[in-house]
Design a protein around this ligand. Sequence first.
Ligand code: KG4
Ligand code: ZN
Length: 336
Amino acid sequence: MKEDIYILAIETSCDDTSVAILKNKKVLSNIVSSQKIHKIFGGVVPEIASREHDRLIVPVLNEAIKESKIKLNDIDAIAYTRGPGLLGSLLVGTSFAKSLAFSLNIPLLEINHMQAHILSIYIDDNPEKPKFPFIALTVSGGHTQLVVVNSPFDFTEIGTTLDDAAGEAFDKSGKIMNLDYPAGPKIDKLALKGDINKFNFPKPEVKGLNFSFSGLKTNFKNFINNQPHDFVKNNINDLCASLQSTIVEILIDKLLKARDQYQINEFVICGGVSANSYLRKELKGLMEGESIKTYVPKINYSTDNAAMIGINGYFKFIESKFGELSDYSISKYPMQ
Ligand code: KG4
Ligand code: ZN
């Protein structure tokens, strides 16, 4: 096998159009164009997202090539997000990846978006990485999962959300407070100046390692609807801090439960919500108080990006786990 492997990676599963180029595990470029247009609708509009991917994919690719300083002909394989995600958006990335692989006569690597979030911890040969087996908590706008990871190809889901994802809990509660989509980062910022104990929102009782966030959202909505005019405006920092700490407590409670049940004390926390500063602070506390080791990818690899698709592609390339040009079905999680 060649000494250095160059992988071009494409991510188009939701509302970020991204292309990255990796030399082995090292990122040479990682261009992410976040589609701003959805803001006016308060959430991602699937049809618009796929049209935006179609418009952005070539300029984003050109930028990624330029920044990496390599030539298209140097690329050894194309990695792309095959699923899960919005079907139209995935189809744009899939068609593009397949055409590029066909025209360059190089192999395809089909990547599962959620597994890519987990393996993003290995980007740039990060020395702060867990040993197998570890447990991953993936918290994004579409998913909330606890997964036992035995190897880069062996994932077992042990818990998931029964309704809304953790990111949706942030985004939908933010909408109730008139915050723009996606509200997660805004709540994080506003909460910095708030009191987590000012308001008390009940945590759901969910058996085992599953999650539920829709009850919290409904509670929050009812609470706000019963307040006088200008209440949200006058209490925005405390509301954000109290809500955020409840969501984070729900996540940490399950993480501890998973540790007890599986006797694994190394955790990777990934997906967009892992960018949350209060969650990151609480995870540090666990390292001291509970002798749990937690690993969180760098912020720019936490939210959707193609570099995480590229690192997953690298693991597949060295094991010759290639995809098919003629296979168009969109697989769901889990996908090896
Ligand atoms: O992984 P991601 O970029 O896209 C999906 O695959 O869904 O996750 C996006 C989600 C959104 O719900 C967004 O509000 C949330 O991650 N998010 C945050 C923060 N940054 C992004 N939630 C809380 N705090 C943040 N700092
Ligand atoms: Zn994601």
